[in-house]
Write a protein that binds this ligand. Sequence first.
Ligand code: 1CP
Length: 355
Amino acid sequence: MGVPADRKQASNPIVLDALKGLPVSRPPFWFMRQAGRYLPEYREIRQRTGGFLEMCYDPDLAAEVTLQPIRRFGMDAAILFSDILVIPHALGCKVWFEDNEGPRLLRVGTDIETDQLGFDNFETHLAPVYAAIKSIRRELASATALIGFAGMPWTLASYMIEGRSSKDWQAARLFARRFPDRFQGLIDLLTEAVILHLSRQIAAGAQLVQLFDSWAGALGPDELRRWSIEPCRRIVNALREQYPATPILAFPRGIGMSYPAFAEQTGVDGVSLDTTVSPGIARARFETQPSVCLQGNLDPVALAIGGDLMIDEARKIVEAWHGRRFIFNLGHGVLPITNPDEMERLCRYLQSSSI
Ligand code: 1CP
């Protein structure tokens, strides 16, 4: 099934206009994890497919699941359905998903060493992802932007050292401090991999990219500079050289007061703010950086509750960021318990709100 014809008329994506600082008539919006378990049509496909990774590597299914929320709600951007862990997988580190438990990986430094990983199979392994991007772009209206993404090196390295999710990323932080040279080797490998993966996504049709550093908040200030800001700066520089017109957003989740320094030192076009950041304080702190697009940051719990509480919180964000570059989003991903009717209510509110 395609996207309705009325959404296919030619026009510039409002999300790209906002990133460039061009005038927009209302807040542009999309949501992290807008595809996923809260949608019955996603659960239906997930159930009859072998597993989550199989969906990521099937171009037709990945394209279909990417388009599901756009057809229902008409967000201003579609984000490729994939996962950050396809990068370690493509480098030769085994990755699998335990049902209802999350990701599992071979552990670097324990089960496998960095020098056993590499690019031999990388682009062949990820070819279905680029095929999915091509077919999504064919289906999408020209007004809807297509977002490519990758995990950032620190977050990827953390999963690769821990072998799974963690509350405090202790093993990864210990490894980085005990073996800084080996850790730097892993970060360098991942930095190259992210650059290659994002270049291929842009070549296939992604019009902007988002970098996820979901666990940046576990780092102290010096570590943040070394393991998050510096690799991000290298990724931004390399992509700008090849694709100067493609905007880059980053989500260094949980870094609080360091958001403005992160934006300045990496040169990204925009930063996605997490739920701990007050929209008003962010506005003040970014006053001297008007060209940085702010993105965020409604609490996914407010969306799950819905109703007036959700709309009031959304309005506060729109009012706080009115008059500067911003894209409305959540402060983290949509929760599986979210009622699609509340997502519909939020989208209608944003579509009818003027700024
Ligand atoms: O059906 C299922 O069980 C799969 C659940 C699921 C989904 C829908 C996972 C497993 N990944 C995804 C898709 C996904 N992951 C997207 C798709 C696009 C979208 O709609 O947003 C994106 C952008 C991601 C990125 C991702 N994966 C991040 C960064 C963003 C974030 O949430 O902080 C991270 C940390 C992952 C790892 C991962 N993959 C899946 C899970 C459950 C996790 C998190 C595990 C943990 O908490 O450590």
